[in-house]
Design a protein around this ligand. Structure first.
Ligand code: SF4
Length: 342
C-alpha cells in the first residue's frame, strides 16, 4: 500500500494559471437594445412590422456581395469589398448567408474591425498569410462524420450522440466547424452530401438509439434545426421521447428567430414541446437566463403545472424574442427538452 501511496502523483499548482480578466464592464455603458436598423441605407424604409416579421428576415437574408453592398451602401469600404471578393475566390469555406438582424449588429462605422463581420464575412486580409485557416482545421475537423454510427448520427461519447438532421442553416458562419457538410459548395470545398433519403436516415438514427441503451442524451442539430420543418422535427423528437433510455433532448439552433420562422406551425411546436415555457419561470431552480443545460438539468415540470399559464407563456415568448438565450421545455415521461441558442 505504501508503495502505491509513494507512486501516486501529487497535484501542485501550476503557478501560471489565473482567472482571466472580466472583459465586460458592468453596468453596461449603453442600454442593451437592438440598434435601429434604419441607420443602414438598405433598411432605411423598413417598418417595424416588416423588421420583426420572421418571413421578411428570411426573404431579405443577404446571399452575395451585391446584396451586402445594397445594405451598407457607402458605409462598406471598397477595400473591404475587394478583400471579401478575393476571399470568396481563394479561401472561404462557407458561402454567404446572413440575415438582416445579424447585419444590424455590426458597427457600420468600422466594418473592417467589427467582430461579427469578421466571423460571418471573412476578408482575405483578415487571414494570417501563413495559415489562412486554423493549422489543425480540416474538412471535418471534429471528425464528426468519421464517428457516424449511422449516417448523420455521431456517437463519440458513451452516453450522448449528435444527430445531424440537415445540412443547411439560416446563416452561414465563416468559421463553421461543420464546413465539410453544411452549406453550399464553394470554390475551395465541394461539400459532403447525405446519401440516404432523409426519411430512411432519421429511421436509421432512431433504430440505432433503440438498440443502444447506453445513450441518454441526444443533441438534435444540423446545420441548424431552425431550417427543419416542424412536420419533420416533431415526429423525430416524439419518437426520441418514446425511447426509454433517452432522457435529455437538446434542440440546437443559432438562429435568433428559431421556431418563429415557421409561422403558424410554431404554435404546434410550442404546444408539443414548449407548453411548459412559461411555467419554467415558476419552477424552483430554473433560470431562463442560464446558458448551460447542466445548470437547469434538475428542472422538472409536471403537466398539471403547465395549465393556466397562457399569459405567462406569452410573456415568456416576448422575453425570448427580445433576447432570452436559452429556452427549456419539459415534456412527458421525465424527459428534458431544451432549445439552445448556440
Ligand atoms: S450555424 Fe452552426 S452549423 Fe450553421 S454555419 Fe454557423 S456554425 Fe456552422
Amino acid at each position: 500500500m505504501s508503495d502505491v501511496k509513494a507512486a501516486r502523483p501529487v497535484w501542485k499548482p501550476a503557478g501560471k494559471v489565473h482567472a482571466s480578466e472580466q472583459p465586460f464592464q458592468y453596468p453596461l455603458e449603453r442600454e442593451f437594445v437592438e440598434p435601429d436598423w434604419r441607420r443602414l441605407p438598405g433598411y432605411k424604409d423598413v417598418t417595424a412590422a416588416e423588421w420583426e416579421a420572421a418571413l421578411w428576415q428570411r426573404r431579405h437574408t443577404v446571399k452575395n456581395l451585391k446584396e451586402l453592398q445594397a445594405v451598407f451602401g457607402p458605409l462598406l469600404p471598397a477595400s473591404l469589398l475587394e478583400s471579401m471578393e478575393r476571399d470568396i475566390k481563394e479561401r472561404a469555406t462557407m458561402s454567404i448567408l446572413i440575415p438582416p438582424q445579424m447585419l444590424n449588429t455590426m458597427d457600420e462605422k468600422d466594418l473592417w474591425n467589427d467582430p461579427v463581420r469578421r466571423y460571418m464575412l471573412p476578408a482575405f486580409d483578415d487571414r494570417n498569410p501563413d495559415w489562412p485557416s486554423h493549422p489543425k482545421s480540416s474538412r471535418d475537423s471534429l471528425h464528426e462524420s468519421d464517428m457516424w454510427a449511422v449516417e448523420g448520427l455521431t456517437h463519440r461519447y458513451p452516453t450522448k450522440v449528435l444527430a445531424e438532421m440537415l445540412s443547411t442553416c439560416p446563416q452561414y458562419c465563416g468559421h463553421c466547424t461543420r464546413m465539410d457538410l453544411v452549406g453550399n459548395d464553394v470554390p475551395q470545398v465541394v461539400k459532403l452530401r447525405f446519401q440516404l433519403p432523409q426519411k430512411d436516415r432519421y429511421e436509421q438514427m432512431l433504430d440505432y438509439l433503440r438498440k443502444t441503451p447506453s445513450v441518454r442524451d441526444v443533441v438534435v442539430s444540423g446545420g441548424d434545426i431552425a431550417n427543419m420543418p416542424i412536420t419533420q422535427l416533431e415526429p423525430f423528437v416524439s419518437a426520441l421521447m418514446d425511447i426509454p433510455n433517452i432522457k435529455d433532448i437538446r434542440l440546437a439552433t443559432r438562429s435568433l428567430e428559431g421556431f418563429r420562422t415557421t409561422g403558424q406551425k410554431s404554435a404546434r411546436a410550442r404546444s408539443r414541446f414548449g407548453a411548459a415555457h412559461a411555467c419554467e419561470q415558476r419552477t424552483p431552480g430554473y433560470s431562463p437566463g442560464r446558458e448551460s443545460n447542466q445548470e437547469n438539468s434538475g428542472n422538472r415540470i409536471s403537466r398539471r403545472s403547465q395549465s393556466g399559464c397562457a399569459a405567462a407563456r406569452r410573456q415568456h415568448q416576448r422575453e425570448r424574442a427580445s433576447g432570452v438565450m436559452l429556452h427549456a421545455a419539459r415534456s412527458r415521461q421525465n424527459h428534458a427538452v431544451l432549445l439552445l441558442y448556440v
